[in-house]
Design a protein around this ligand. Structure first.
Ligand code: ATP
Length: 439
């Protein structure tokens, strides 16, 4: 079973994964800052996505589009008119809620306020989630701009640029990672739902007849990505959307869901968006967004399969799935069993004592390991306490430099999960560490 949310919030704060933003001013509306360990871990989550989506394939290219974009983009995409959540106010306690998140009460089927239980709620009104700002010094209608609520439109408006410069042909994809902003009515559950977050989105363009096939392919592929990075299979599921839940343009949507402490929640949505987006932007811009297949002399608007994941939400799932408590020598320990590619540090270099005699060789060991792994270097407190600290932040390997090292040029590698220790010559260390980490 996953740990309580409180455990993860506590560990995040105490060890430097995630801090409430502007904490010295009392925080700011469910925004968060990623501390030294969180910045490393979030980067690892994004790097692993990029590695599997771009680096390990020949049919996907990358993109890094602007966060501020022409309002015409959001008009054409339908976000200005439709990117809304149903907002209700409680007339009794004045809390605001998303109507689609409220449970009807079993007695009379009416929605009731989760805060004060009142059923005196306003009718739902559509609340647009996009953050509006102004580009340039004059704040008028003409200077209105929006922070992107998803990274995805950047892929569509650059479709021709990418097609022409990358020499790809369908099936091919465009991958992008970056910040998105939504003025969520009820952010919460730590970083599960925040107003500023990071997404990892692929738009995969295919011949229309192959849409269903590629949709199935990406559902399988994406589920396996999480499993491959250590999330137990029984904490994951693929949930197909029912007919009533489907967006009007979608020919199929499935969510990859994770078993959060409060129940199943979405990590990623995979949708067959058909030719909706390219056609909408072609109609609004007057630019044809098509592919001409020279082999068959056919011109067509590709279908797009979109696996859209959240990097920050996924990082939280990795933390929850990795959290464990066990006993070592009768003593309770907290351990994050993170996959080596996700863990903030892969190796901790720990000189047994702060004595000057050990420093040069410890620094030599560190210098050998830094090119292959992110290393922590810690020389204070007892070695036992330092091991515990590394266990608690998920470091898979600790390398201890002791006084014998000065004689035998060997160090001890300790494994986080088994706590087993082996002595290896410094000259074999890089090869040993690589093989243990699976690098
Ligand atoms: P919901 O219905 O929960 O509001 P959604 O279905 O609109 O979410 P998508 O638009 O499919 O979400 O976004 C893709 C992914 O981006 C989500 O699966 C999630 O991981 C992430 N995401 C979306 N909104 C947020 C948010 N407010 N905070 C953190 N991550 C988010």
């Amino acid at each position: 079973m996953p740990p309580e949310m409180d455990e993860i919030v506590r560990l995040s704060k105490q060890r430097g994964f995630i801090f409430p933003s502007a904490e010295i001013y009392g925080g700011f509306r469910s925004t968060y800052d990623y501390g030294p360990l969180g910045a490393l871990m979030l980067r690892n989550v994004k790097n692993e996505w990029w590695r599997s989506m771009v680096q390990m394939r020949h049919d996907v290219v990358g993109l890094d589009a602007a966060i501020l974009s022409s309002p015409r983009v959001w008009e054409a995409s339908g976000h200005l008119a439709n990117f809304t959540d149903p907002l209700v106010d409680c007339r009794n306690c004045h809390e605001r809620w998303r109507a689609d998140h409220l449970e009807p009460s079993p007695e009379d089927g009416r929605l009731h306020c989760p805060n004060c239980d009142s059923t005196d709620l306003t009718d739902a009104r559509a609340f647009n989630l996009m953050f509006q700002t102004h580009a340039g010094p004059v704040q008028d209608e003409g200077s209105a701009a929006y922070l992107r609520p998803e990274t995805a439109q950047g892929h569509f408006v650059n479709f021709l640029n990418v097609l022409q410069t990358s020499r790809k042909r369908p099936p091919f994809g465009i991958a992008q990672i970056g910040k998105s902003f939504r003025n969520e009515i009820t952010p919460g559950n730590f970083v599960f739902r925040t107003r500023e977050f990071e997404q990892m989105e692929l738009e995969y363009f295919v011949p229309p007849a192959e849409g269903a096939k590629w949709f199935d392919y990406w559902c399988r592929e994406r589920l396996e990505w999480y499993v491959g990075l250590g999330i137990p299979r029984d904490m994951l599921r693929l949930r197909p959307h029912g007919q009533e839940e489907l967006s009007h343009y979608s020919a199929g949507t499935s969510d990859v869901e994770f078993l959060f402490p409060w129940g199943w929640g979405e990590l990623e949505g995979i949708a067959n968006r058909t030719d909706f987006d390219l056609k909408a932007h072609a109609a609004a811009s007057g630019v044809k967004l098509e592919y001409f297949d020279q082999a068959t002399n056919e011109r067509y608007v590709p279908y797009v399969i979109e696996p859209a994941a959240g990097a920050t939400r996924t990082m939280m799932a990795f933390l929850l799935a990795a959290y464990d408590e066990d006993r070592i020598g009768g003593e309770k320990r907290t351990v994050l069993r993170l996959h080596p590619r996700i863990a903030p540090y892969q190796v901790a270099v720990l000189p047994l004592s702060k004595k000057d005699t050990l420093t040069p060789v410890a620094e030599e060991v560190l210098g050998r390991l830094q090119p292959i792994a992110m290393c922590d270097y810690d020389e204070t407190q007892s070695i036992g306490r330092r091991y515990r600290r590394q266990d608690e932040i998920g470091t898979p390997l600790a390398v201890t430099v002791d006084f014998d090292t000065l004689e035998d040029r060997a160090v001890t590698i300790r494994d986080r999960d088994t706590t087993e220790q082996v002595r290896v010559p410094i000259d074999d260390l890089v090869a040993q560490v690589k093989s243990r980490l699976g690098f």
